[in-house]
Design a protein around this ligand. Structure first.
Ligand code: ATP
Ligand code: MG
Length: 391
């Protein structure tokens, strides 16, 4: 009887030469962690894929879509695992094609990883193809561009047969690129920016600025929900929360109102940079997109960027809102981000923020309050929450 397994395919990590084994191990560890709620029996490398087997029936089918969300996974297939008996793998091929959805044409793509098997891949294609033609008499066999391919992979004593296969998120396994501090609000953009860096192999260390005690702590809960929506495929072990309301009040009293937002942002970047150094993170990430709002003009980005010495990554800088929204929906953060929550962005907002800040005015305003003491105090008062959250 065939059992169900997941076959994980990866592209980019396959290209990394000497690093390949290291990347594969990180990916296997990440898959294990992401699948902690499942009864995983084995995670092993076989013939250019990672094989995930389960000890409880029905779990491969349930884990399949979660696996596709793990960074580094280019594709995942839901396969039947059989022995080398022809009737076993041929029957598996019939079942695989049956569950593959609507189609009018197909082909068999067989591969052997070892040549001790008596049949060549051409023989296998013919043998399995004949059985499928009998089982699906109204379907066409097409060698070029068929709707569905039935893959038959022979690896030592086992045969893996699949037709159902979905693209993964791609990228690199998380943890292969080190840490980045991400400025995470409960808005639409920064969860997407955070996810993008995670997909490139980085471990995000999010920092959220809350309006507390001048506002409620709703945004802090939304940010936690964002992190939980990305999990378990994306790992974010710790969230830093900075109660920022009183400092914003102090800035709003001390500085010209049109430059307030730039002052808030300079303090936020400075605190983020200090946390990055404590965490040994090597960059800061924001969800800024050029021209999207008043604070995201080139002049204002420059005025804020000046306080940072670490690289600041803005993966969404050239994206349109519609593209960002589509991604937010795909990664499951959109519905959280569209809930209303006052955070430090909505607090003490000037009626007419400066959109083209002049550097000399920015420097004057920066010296109108004791920014160094403020940054020190905020770093001392920073709070953190570890994930997965304890009940
Ligand atoms: P987002 O949807 O990510 O909130 P936004 O369109 O609202 O972005 P801004 O409010 O100008 O844009 O914020 C720009 C970036 O600054 C955000 O993408 C985020 O990286 C950072 N940021 C804004 N507010 C906060 C906050 N309260 N805590 C942490 N970072 C923040
Ligand atoms: Mg925002």
């Amino acid at each position: 009887m065939a059992s169900r397994v997941c076959l994980v395919h990866y592209h980019e990590i396959g290209l990394k030469g000497k690093n390949r084994a290291r990347f594969e191990h990180i990916l296997m560890d990440n898959l294990k962690a992401a699948l902690a709620a499942f009864s995983v029996a084995t995670i092993a490398r076989i013939s250019g894929h990672i094989l995930v087997t389960f000890s409880v029936a029905g779990e491969a089918e349930r884990a399949f879509e979660l696996i596709a969300r793990v960074p580094g996974v280019a594709r995942v297939s839901l396969a039947f695992h059989t022995n080398r008996e022809a009737h076993e793998y041929c029957q598996a091929a019939v079942r695989a094609l049956r569950e593959a959805g609507e189609f009018s044409s197909f082909k068999v793509a067989a591969r052997r990883s070892n040549t001790d098997y008596e049949l060549t891949s051409i023989d296998l294609n013919r043998q399995v193809g004949e059985v499928l033609c009998e089982a699906f008499p109204d379907k066409k066999v097409l060698m070029h561009d068929p709707d569905i391919q039935v893959h038959v992979l022979v690896v030592q004593g086992s045969v893996y047969v699949y037709a159902k296969s979905i693209p993964g998120v791609g990228g690199l396994p998380q943890g292969s690129a080190g840490k980045v501090v991400t400025l995470l609000s409960s808005g639409i953009d920064s969860p997407v920016a955070t996810w993008m860096l995670a997909r490139r192999g980085a471990t995000p260390v999010p920092v959220h600025f809350s309006g507390r005690p001048q506002t409620a702590d709703t945004s802090e809960y939304l940010v936690q929900d964002v992190i939980e929506a990305l999990a378990p495929a994306v790992k974010i072990p710790r969230l830093y929360v900075v109660p920022f309301g009183d400092c914003q009040r102090e800035i709003s009293l001390a500085c010209p109102s049109d430059l307030r937002v730039i002052m808030y942002r300079r303090v936020m970047y400075s605190v983020a940079e200090r946390i990055a150094r404590l965490e040994n993170a090597k960059a800061i990430v924001t969800g800024e997109s050029l021209g999207q709002v008043a604070s995201q003009t080139l002049e204002n980005i420059m005025a804020v960027n000046e306080v940072a010495s670490l690289p600041v990554f803005r993966p969404l800088i050239g994206s349109d809102k519609q593209e960002i929204i589509a991604r937010a929906k795909q990664i499951g953060t959109y519905d959280i981000s569209t809930q209303d929550a006052p955070d430090c962005c909505t607090l003490f907002m000037p009626r007419r923020p400066e959109t083209h800040a002049k550097m000399d005015k920015v420097h004057e305003a920066w010296d109108m309050f004791d920014h160094d003491a403020m940054i020190d105090q905020l770093v001392r008062d920073v709070e953190h929450i570890d994930f997965p959250r304890q009940p």
